[in-house]
Write a protein that binds this ligand. Structure first.
Ligand SMILES: *Cc1c(COP(=O)(O)O)cnc(C)c1O
Length: 426
């Protein structure tokens, strides 16, 4: 009768095992339905989603406003390619550029594509505006970065699993330590060919590594001093996740009262993805002002699906939900509460060393080695207790629920997490 009865978890996993490439190692749970902060598996078991598809589902699963915008547009016009104009893209571009305070937006689909786009814009700017000699531009990146999976992006990753045997690699990148302004100044001072500095405001995949206060504004100031573009990869931290519309916020138009008074760091190039669509559709974007985006001219760059009418409608609806439901403010308040509650518990356990994060992008550090399976085993136990999370390393678990969570639900989740940790035996 219902789809729910058509397949068991065991069968669904076996199908993927047999017919799918093994490029992921999922938690053994097979989901078939989502609503708000909850997901259900094929056996009908209900879980709190504490990953939110790596922060793509900030607005909650199947948000009716986003889904409706998608359905209406899908029934009207889905794809024209950019060979023709469509009546949705300009509206979306106006809305998004006004929201984030940039002159222009370049639409793409995935986060990795948007990062690639930003790198290309930065290089072209270097040759045409900064006057770097052709093919000499360097872009500074950080150790333990995560910016996606393309050949160029993995060229400057230092994760051996992501890199090994995928060479030869793309040249033109210099890696420095994250959260180290001295290292940044050193490289900018000694190298005239640096065009840009690509950075995550919080390193998500690295284990929710929050840099020191003043790091981002300090880095931005150094970039200005040396005429280098500050490129913020906010694919994971953006769209209210960290308690502000952007983690580099200070120059946004969100209604969040915590926004004002923060130092203003307006990136030269802003990269968005994931929750830009609320998880309904692949929508990513690069934003910059005219002096930078102007280097891109017809034929220089593009994507068949980038800026399609469905993506435009979905992107607009997803941003409206963030504003209407004050998700930045909610993430800020619930994030403080989450860390406060866990900090009360941590002195009473040997299993967890600390909790860190901003807004609702948090992680707990498990008292074990990076190579251990303890974080994975705890995630399995959390699943049994009705909460889905995923380790980022053997000893780090990321906690990133949808931002539409209520205070009551968050406290319920905190008690599930604490109960699980109390009962956990290695
Ligand atoms: C997820 C992510 C990306 C890549 O996005 P995809 O849509 O998976 O290509 C890039 N940068 C950061 C910071 C991310 O978290």
């Amino acid at each position: 009768m219902s789809i729910l009865e058509n397949i068991t978890s065991k069968d669904a996993i076996a199908l993927e095992e047999k017919h799918g490439a093994h490029n992921y190692h999922p938690l053994p749970v097979v989901l078939s339905k989502g609503e708000g902060v909850f997901v259900w598996d094929v056996e009908g078991q209900k879980y709190y989603d504490f990953l939110s598809a790596y922060s793509a589902v900030n607005q909650g699963h199947c948000h009716p406003k986003i889904v409706n915008a998608m359905i209406v547009q899908a029934k009207t016009l889905s794809l024209t390619s950019r060979a023709f104009y469509n009546d949705m893209l300009g509206k979306y571009e106006k809305y998004a550029t006004e929201t984030f305070h940039f002159d222009k937006l370049l639409p793409m689909n995935t986060g990795a594509e948007a990062v690639e786009t930003a790198l290309k814009i930065c290089r072209k700017w270097a040759y045409e505006k900064k006057g770097i000699e052709e093919n000499e531009a360097e872009i500074v990146v950080c150790e333990n970065n995560f910016h996606g999976r393309t050949t160029t992006i993995i060229s400057f990753s230092n994760d051996p699993v992501a890199r090994k045997n995928f060479g030869p690699y793309t040249d033109g990148f210099i890696k420095i330590e994250y959260d180290n302004l001295k290292a940044l100044e050193e490289v900018l001072k000694s190298n005239k060919n640096v065009a840009g500095f690509l950075v995550e405001p919080i390193q998500g995949e690295a284990g929710v590594y929050v840099p020191s206060n003043g790091y981002l504004s300090g880095a931005k100031a150094l970039c200005e001093k040396y005429n280098v573009l500050f490129i913020a990869d906010e694919v994971q931290t953006g769209i209210a996740r960290t308690g502000r519309l952007l983690a580099t916020c200070g120059n946004c138009s969100c209604s969040d009262k915590h926004c004002s008074g923060t130092p203003e760091i307006k990136p030269d190039i802003l990269i968005l993805g994931k929750a830009l669509s609320g998880g309904a559709y692949p929508v990513s974007a690069v934003l910059a002002d005219n002096d930078i985006m102007g280097v891109i001219r017809p034929g220089n760059h593009g994507s068949t699906f980038g800026g399609n009418p469905i993506a435009a409608a979905v992107g607009m609806a997803a941003l409206e939900v963030v504003k209407d439901e004050k998700l930045a403010e909610n993430a800020f308040v619930l994030g403080e509460l989450f860390r406060e509650e866990l900090n009360k518990f941590i002195p009473h356990t040997d299993l967890v060393n600390s909790v860190r994060g901003k807004g609702l992008l948090n992680a707990i550090l498990i008292n074990d080695t990076e190579e251990s399976s303890t974080a994975w085993d705890i995630c399995m136990a959390l699943k049994e207790n009705g909460l889905l999370a995923k380790p980022t390393h053997g000893n780090i678990i990321r906690f990133a629920p949808p931002l539409v969570m209520t205070k009551e639900q968050l406290l319920d989740c905190v008690s599930i997490i604490i109960k699980t940790l109390k009962e956990f035996k290695k």
